[in-house]
Ligand binder design. Structure first.
Ligand code: NAP
Length: 285
């Protein structure tokens, strides 16, 4: 890649990302990362001249560019008209934004997060961070605890094997016979996700990875009083903390763990994803 890359806003992941790009010899500048000590800071007009613009994850919050590390605000709708069609924009969790930017401004926005390799890489710090939070929020060891992991996707798989390695007794809930066969083969107790009613009372820790409202008031009331439910699934998650509070049960929502517990690792996953995108476009580093 011979062009300049500008990292525009974001959190500590983007700070580490800019450092990693520079370590790789890429001509990278930053804007909007002052509080994270982003390297090579430049004024906005200069950053916007770069051929590759790396936007935050998620790109926007409440209509503005996602800028948690600066006091400056930048309205997204004021930013787009300032960009050129020959620039490549990369952002995280871009959703409906990419087709709209193409239709309204002729801008190409690609998603560095919506790729399998990035999500697998992110599942590692998520699983580690979930265990870190569980250790901090409870008075007992993971060893000897009765854990239920709900969902056997990327995070569920990595979490279950880590809990087992720490000496927990591990049950995993899944909905496909294929997953239940793997769960049995790995030596975990298998439960059907749709059949959890009446089976929750014996767990010390429940880790939910299913992005669906599985834990209603009835399920929450079934949990033991001192059980902790860590909700890892993206908003709105599997349990409503307000309902849990009324039921006198402990639910801890834990979004964004890669960025919180391992921002440098999360940045490496984003960097690799960016390199893969460029390689696929025939513009390798
Ligand atoms: P994944 O690989 O897609 O796994 C999701 C699991 O949930 C699969 O076992 C899937 O079953 C199951 N599932 C989905 N919808 C279901 C439903 N309606 N009923 C029952 N089971 C259902 O996803 P992942 O990468 O493990 O991520 C899990 C969640 O964590 C996502 O919401 C993701 O956005 C979020 N996440 C959180 C963090 C964090 O820091 N907390 C970090 C990264 C991701 P099938 O395979 O049968 O479909």
């Amino acid at each position: 890649m011979k062009q300049t890359a500008a990292v525009l806003g974001g959190d500590m992941r983007q700070v580490y990302l800019a450092r990693l790009l520079l370590e790789d010899g890429i001509d990278a500048v930053t804007w909007g990362l002052e509080r994270g000590d982003g390297p090579n800071p430049v004024p906005l007009h200069q950053a916007l001249e770069a051929g590759l613009l790396i936007l935050p994850l998620p790109v926007c919050r409440a209509g503005s560019l996602n800028l948690p590390l600066t006091d400056t605000a930048l309205s997204a709708e004021q930013l787009w008209p300032r960009l050129r069609y020959d620039q490549l924009l990369l952002g995280g969790m871009t959703g409906e934004l990419a087709p709209r930017l193409m239709a309204d401004f002729g801008l190409t926005l690609l998603d560095y997060y919506d790729r399998e390799e990035t999500q697998v890489a992110n599942a590692v710090p998520t699983a580690e961070g979930a265990i870190q939070l569980a250790m901090e929020a409870t008075e007992e060891t993971i060893h000897g605890s009765r854990c239920l992991v709900v969902g056997y996707g990327r995070i569920g798989k990595l979490l279950a094997e880590r809990l087992q390695a720490l000496g927990a007794s591990v049950a995993v809930a899944a909905r496909s016979y294929r997953d239940l066969a793997w769960i049995a083969a790995k030596g975990y107790e298998g439960l059907a996700t749709a059949g959890l009613a009446g089976k929750l009372g014996r767990f010390d820790l429940i880790f939910n990875t299913v992005p669906a409202p599985l834990f209603d008031a009835e399920r929450l009331e079934e949990m033991a009083k001192d059980c902790l439910l860590l909700d890892l699934a993206s908003a709105p998650g599997g349990a409503d903390p307000a309902v849990a509070k009324r039921a006198g049960r402990r639910v801890l929502c834990a979004p964004g763990l890669p960025g919180r517990v391992a921002p440098r690792s999360a940045a490496k996953a984003i960097r690799d994803s960016i390199y893969h995108i460029l390689e696929e476009r025939g513009e390798p580093i």
